[in-house]
Design a protein around this ligand. Structure first.
Ligand SMILES: Nc1ncnc2c1ncn2[C@@H]1O[C@H](COP(=O)(O)OP(=O)(O)OP(=O)(O)O)[C@@H](O)[C@H]1O
Ligand SMILES: [Mg+2]
Length: 814
């Protein structure tokens, strides 16, 4: 009941809260959590309850609802004319970052981060494609002064200059609004959010969301098998923090050559030395320090968390020793950032029992000898218990009743029980409490006194333990910044070890990273496909440089074009993330942006197969690709009629050749495109080889220079088990179509295969003639004669005995 208004209600068991919480969040609800804020025993009348927290999609922190190896980001955007402010926070780890990006890059940045919830000024709609739940928020919260006030207040500083965000007024405004929102929804402390970091997306290799998706970096296009992703292959991290960092690194590889070399040096050291295994063994003892500090910050850490922290710090101390042997620059820097917090660890170890309960109020958390008051309470309780335990023997002796016994139940507490026959020998100070069939139960004033003492001492004990625990938790929260710095060093070390381990296990090599726009790969492989394939993966080369910029890759269906394109894109990502690469050798010219456009047919899982979307993505590429970009185009134009598609594909290549001039890999079924190599220098042909054997073909998966001249689509159909009748008929039709296509316009080469996977209309001779008439230059009489002539020809054809098929329309929907 709210203010006399009825609201539906229902009850759920306390321990199933999380299940219901996740369901409600999935439906887009925000959930307010109320708790009793008074001790029910001390409260008069109704126990006071308050909203302690509002859980929203971007602010979930309970362990069972947030995936260990993923960040849960809440973002706030602040729209402005030119650049938008974007702030992002992970409440569970205390990460808080801010940036400013051009309006058209906002959605891309939010998608790249994979944000769960976006906060925006309520009067300003969000752009289309914004991911996550959308939360409108009062516009004045985004005002620069208000926002700065909130931030300064939280960080206890007089100005924000120390955070290096002076040049980012819009970003600061977004950050302030975000923090205010967290304060309102979380109520309890946000102490673990102790700094605001400025970042610039343009300092990293920008991966457009289509690239992250189609290259299957984090999630597979189909299904949920993590092994089918890049992260699945590379993730050998031992900590969840490392797992999260690895994901961040893979979608934001570096652009700065020195930093890349630093990582590569570290990976090299870790692959060659023997100490990696030792380091990883120690890392596997490390708890999720970021989230642990987070839980201490908002007061939800459990006694087990603190025990885990003590163990983690012990492991950090050992790691620090192991790290003394490091010599590459980055590893040494990381070693110097590992702080085992000896004093804190000592205190935790002294205070906590090794295996405490989850619930800090349950008692049994604090060790003997840590706190004199607690020890005193414990002693009093145990003395009283011992007194009662010995009571039985004493009273038997005193009264001579051999069957007298001491018992306990919830209603009466401790009692003395005497069987009926001995009733007469009961001493006068016994007070009768309960009569049973064969016995009577009594208490004595002394006993009651001891009992009260035990109960009181136990209650005080639990209270005291809880007090002590909270004090420890606060102490951890105070050490938050230092612990988080150590956590950052641990995660980085973990990812570098993971890179090294995977590189060693799969035979990767160190790439050479250079500034010139080249991409030279010898014996390159697809890191994921090579892992899942039953047969051996065929390595392939690539050589791109100033004179070889645009590769047109042709080859039969199923030959391996898409695989080849993707493996080269992945190689660049790995190299710039600082990992070794699956190739015999590789020379990678730094890439500033990676674009991919995967043809409609290949992007079903994205659920975005319309031609319009395809063209929007192409437009994005054409506008934004630079000389340092890498563009992967797989079957662009496939989503429309053959000649439209071909013309678009052709024009796209011409445009990229003339503008931007990015390195481009273009896989296509339009063999006509191979003509471009002869016309534009910088364009070259590659094809994926097959060998014909009798009626069938053998896929060699080998990429060679030059154009391929046949499609083998029908062979693939045969391979796929399409009935023989159909494939034979298809072969016949192909012959005729190729005949009909001869003599067509400039784009269609004689004798070349025509791709059949599309709605295809080849005009009949009559139609072709009709289409070619120049009516404006004909007299009416000429036109009439021509019409008569054409009509004659059509009639003749219709009369012919065995009409040959010269035109074919594919049935709709095939
Ligand atoms: N280098 C390789 N070594 C071994 N197998 C490969 C190689 N490249 C591709 N394959 C195998 O061939 C299959 C088809 O590859 P892919 O999808 O890249 O072909 P495609 O030429 O793009 O086909 P389509 O024209 O139908 O799009 C892959 O699933 C993979 O199993
Ligand atoms: Mg393909």
């Amino acid at each position: 009941m709210a203010k006399g208004r009825r609201v539906p209600m229902c009850g759920i068991p306390h321990q199933t809260l999380e299940t219901y919480l996740s369901r409600l969040l999935e439906r887009g609800y925000r959930v307010a959590i109320c708790e009793q804020v008074e001790d029910p025993r001390k409260a008069k009348g109704l126990v006071r309850r308050e909203v302690v927290r509002v859980v929203t999609p971007g602010t979930v922190t309970s362990e069972s609802l947030v995936p260990a190896r993923e960040n849960v980001y809440l973002a706030a955007v602040n729209p402005a004319q030119d650049r938008w402010g974007v702030a992002v926070a992970d409440l569970s780890t205390g990460e808080f970052r801010v940036t400013e990006v051009p309006e058209e890059a906002v959605v891309q940045e939010l998608q790249r981060l994979g944000v769960r919830e976006v906060l925006y000024p309520q009067d300003h709609p969000l752009p289309e494609g914004t991911p996550g739940a959308r939360t409108p928020y009062e516009a004045w919260r985004f005002e620069p002064q208000e926002a700065a006030r909130v931030l300064c207040d939280h960080f206890q500083v007089v100005s924000l200059e120390g955070f290096g965000c002076a040049g980012m007024p819009r970003g600061v405004a977004a950050a302030g609004a975000l923090l205010q929102y967290l304060r309102e929804t979380q109520r309890s402390g946000l102490r673990h959010i102790h700094r605001l970091q400025v970042y610039r997306p343009q300092d990293t290799l920008l991966l457009d969301p289509a690239a992250v998706r189609s290259l299957e970096i984090l999630h597979p296009l189909v299904g949920t098998d993590r092994r089918a992703t890049l992260v699945g292959v590379l993730d050998r991290t031992r900590t969840s923090m490392g797992g999260r960092l690895l994901r961040r690194w893979l979608v934001a590889p570096l652009l700065d050559r020195a930093r890349i070399e630093d990582r590569l040096d570290a990976v090299q050291e870790l692959t060659s030395g023997t100490h990696r295994e030792r380091v990883q063994e120690l890392l596997s003892k490390v708890a999720d320090l970021e989230r642990l500090v987070g839980r201490c910050g908002h007061g939800s850490a459990t006694p087990r968390d603190l025990v885990a922290l003590a163990r983690t710090l012990a492991a950090v101390a050992e790691l620090q020793q192991a790290a003394a042997a490091f010599h590459s620059r980055l590893l040494r820097e990381l070693a110097s950032q590992l702080d085992p917090h000896p004093a804190l660890r000592e205190e935790l170890e002294r205070a906590l029992v090794p295996d405490p309960p989850h619930d800090p109020r349950a008692g049994g958390v604090i060790r003997e000898g840590y706190d004199p008051e607690l020890d005193q309470l414990r002693r009093a309780a145990s003395e009283a218990k011992a007194w009662i335990r010995d009571l039985e023997a004493r009273e038997r002796e005193r009264t001579g009743i051999k069957t007298l016994r001491v018992g306990f139940n919830k209603v009466f507490g401790y009692y003395l029980e005497v069987t009926r026959p001995h009733r007469d020998r009961v001493p006068p100070e016994y007070e009768r409490r309960q009569t049973l069939v064969g016995a009577e139960r009594y208490v004595t004033p002394e006993m009651k006194e001891r009992e009260a003492l035990i109960l009181h001492a136990e209650e005080r004990q639990r209270e005291r333990e809880y007090e002590l625990f909270c004090r420890l938790r606060d102490r951890v929260a105070e050490s938050g910044p230092g612990l988080l710095a150590t956590a950052a060093a641990l995660s980085t070390l973990d990812v570098l070890c993971s890179f090294a381990e995977a590189s060693q296990a799969y035979g990767y090599t160190r790439p050479q990273v250079v500034d010139e726009p080249v991409l030279e790969v010898e014996g390159g492989r697809h890191p994921v496909v090579e892992r899942v394939l039953q047969e051996p993966f065929v390595p392939n080369d690539l050589r791109m440089d100033g004179r070889r910029r645009i590769a047109v890759v042709t080859g039969p269906n199923f030959a391996g074009k898409s695989t080849y394109l993707r493996q080269n894109a992945l190689l660049v990502i790995l190299a710039q993330a600082g990992c070794f690469v699956p190739a015999r050798s590789a020379r990678v010219g730094l890439v500033d942006r990676l674009f991919t456009r995967v043809g409609a047919a290949d992007d079903l899982a994205g659920g975005r197969s319309t031609f319009l979307v395809e063209m929007q993505e192409v437009a994005n590429i054409l506008h934004n690709a630079t000389e340092r970009s890498l563009v992967i185009l797989d079957e662009v134009g496939r989503g429309t009629a053959t000649y439209d598609g071909l013309s678009i594909a052709w024009a796209v290549v011409e445009y990229l050749w003339a503008h931007g001039r990015p390195r481009t890999l273009f896989a296509t079924h339009y063999h006509e495109l191979t003509e471009l190599a002869g016309r534009l220098d910088g364009v070259f042909n590659l094809n994926v080889l097959v060998r014909e054997e009798g009626e069938g073909v053998v896929f060699l998966h080998r990429v060679a220079e030059g154009a391929s001249d046949r499609s083998y689509g029908i062979h693939v159909a045969q391979l796929a088990g399409v009935p023989r009748e159909v494939t034979q008929r298809a072969a016949e039709l192909l012959e005729e179509l190729q005949g009909a296509a001869r003599g067509e316009g400039a784009l269609v080469r004689r004798g070349r295969a025509v791709q059949m996977a599309l709605p295809l209309v080849v005009p009949s001779e009559v139609e072709a003639e009709l289409a070619s008439l120049d009516l404006a230059s004909m007299t009416p009489l000429e036109a009439l004669n021509k019409l008569h002539h054409l009509q004659q020809r059509v009639r003749e054809q219709l009369r012919a005995d065995s009409p040959k098929v010269v035109r074919m329309r594919r049935p709709r929907g095939s």
